[in-house]
Ligand binder design. Structure first.
Ligand SMILES: *Cc1c(COP(=O)(O)O)cnc(C)c1O
Length: 431
């Protein structure tokens, strides 16, 4: 397959089945119906198609499939289980195209490399998921792609923009600082400089809490490992794009004759992401994982609504607790990010809060139900000490710039009864 996918034209079919129809139904309904055809005898759940390859009837059939890419041939190119998840995510995010990948990291890398190459520059807001900072600061510079990390503030982003800036990158709710970017302002700045805005919307719950594309973002990514899967049972990622972006000032798309833009039109960006991330780099999601993640998406609205409600309740109680020095949660009126959170988030303010205590080790050692684990968006509540774990490998200055300090505890609120979560926390906080 490799030689056949190594040129632009051989990978012609970015499946158009991920194209979103107009969003007529509510999120809760689309989350359980999209991707399952309505027809007699068809399974009423997305089946796991565990096959690397699909058969051809004849020489001619094989030639036709390779020429048009309108049927399945090889699961690195497309697989029915994976495609059903893509179709569902596109509708939920209000995107034109969705691509799923092996992990959130694979999605971030695909999104970045789809618009940047050696010599290009990225401006990113600094309170990022640790793995994203790692890619931007430790991996991509080796390939000539440099990043300026700036405070989560439009003026700072504007000031850092350069001639070679191709991408502005931010997160819907920063991890773990729980800051909310002004998405519309960042989109205006990026577009004025001929760049795109990418938003890691993992904390936005595949569109349930936030749909960045509707606020002017051009690329949205997800770690599906978190709220989408929702049960801590599989890793996955997604890259979603709309049709409105302007690529005319990016050489990757505008150079050559015919240029990629001339060849692919509005689908050029989505086409390049599929070609690069899965067909060439092979960062595909396995059908078994796609199945688990598709099941997870079906109950995301129920789970996330409950977790957000509990998170707000717990944030208020923690704020009033004498052993807690501070609480970071955009749903609290005391949060400096509350106004932007109110503008950009719906259905809740997210299921993660952070708080500072003098002795995090003591707190963690006293918990009996809440788990200590480096994950988010699980059905179970879990805590982590970012200073020594998720952000532990970053230099101290970067950790502080990300909003992490040695007293900070990150808390991902699950779907347990809120009183059980609170009594566990209270025991941990006893002085
Ligand atoms: C977890 C996470 C990622 C990385 O996703 P993986 O699935 O672990 O590769 C990226 N961004 C955010 C905000 C995350 O929480």
């Amino acid at each position: 397959m490799d030689e056949l996918t190594s040129t632009l034209d051989d990978t012609a079919a970015c499946p158009t089945s991920t194209r979103a129809s107009s969003h007529e139904r509510h999120f809760e309904s689309d989350a359980v119906h999209v991707g399952i055809p309505r027809a007699g005898g068809v399974p009423l759940a997305v089946p796991i198609v565990a096959a690397a390859a699909f058969q051809f009837d004849s020489l001619q059939h094989g030639a036709d499939v390779f020429a048009t890419n309108e049927e399945y041939s090889y699961s690195r190119l497309q697989n029915p289980t994976v495609e059903a998840l893509e179709a569902r995510l596109a509708v939920l995010e209000g995107a034109s195209h969705a691509l799923v990948t092996a992990s959130g990291q694979a999605a971030t890398l695909t999104a970045i490399l789809s618009v940047c190459r050696a010599g290009d520059h990225i401006v990113a807001t600094s309170s990022l998921f640790g793995g994203t900072s790692g890619l931007l600061l430790n991996v991509l510079p080796n390939f000539g792609i440099m990043t300026s990390l700036v405070p989560n503030d439009p003026a700072a982003v504007e000031e850092a923009m350069r001639e070679q800036t191709r991408l502005v990158w931010t997160e819907t709710i920063g991890n773990p600082a729980a800051d909310v970017p002004d998405i519309e302002a960042l989109a205006r700045i990026a577009h004025a400089h001929g760049a795109l805005l990418g938003v890691d919307n993992t904390w936005g719950g595949v569109g349930f809490l936030c749909r960045p594309l509707a606020f002017g973002a051009d690329i949205v990514t997800h770690s599906l490992t978190k709220w989408a899967g929702g049960h801590g049972a599989a890793l996955g990622g997604a890259v979603l794009v709309g049709d409105a972006h302007d690529l005319t000032r990016n050489d990757i798309f505008s150079c050559g004759s015919p240029s990629l833009l001339e060849q692919r039109g509005a689908a050029a960006l989505a086409w390049r992401q599929r070609w690069l991330g899965v067909q060439q780099a092979g960062m595909i999601l396995a059908p078994h994982a796609a199945h688990l993640l598709t099941l997870g998406v079906e109950t995301l609205p129920l789970r996330l609504r409950q977790s957000c409600e509990s998170a707000l309740d717990l944030a208020r109680r923690l704020e009033a607790h004498p052993a807690v020095r501070s609480v970071g949660y955009p749903g609290l009126p005391s949060s400096p990010h509350h106004a932007l959170a109110t503008k950009y988030l719906s259905n809740g303010f997210g299921a993660v809060l952070t708080f500072e205590v003098d002795d995090p080790a003591r707190l963690l050692s006293r918990l009996s139900m809440i788990r200590i684990a480096p994950n988010l968006g699980d059905t179970r509540s879990m805590v982590i000490h970012p200073w020594t774990t998720t952000h532990g490998r970053l230099p101290e200055a970067q950790r502080l710039a990300s909003g992490v300090n040695a007293r900070l505890v990150r808390f991902s609120v699950g779907i347990e009864h809120v009183e059980d979560v609170w009594s566990d926390l209270e025991r941990g906080l006893e002085m």
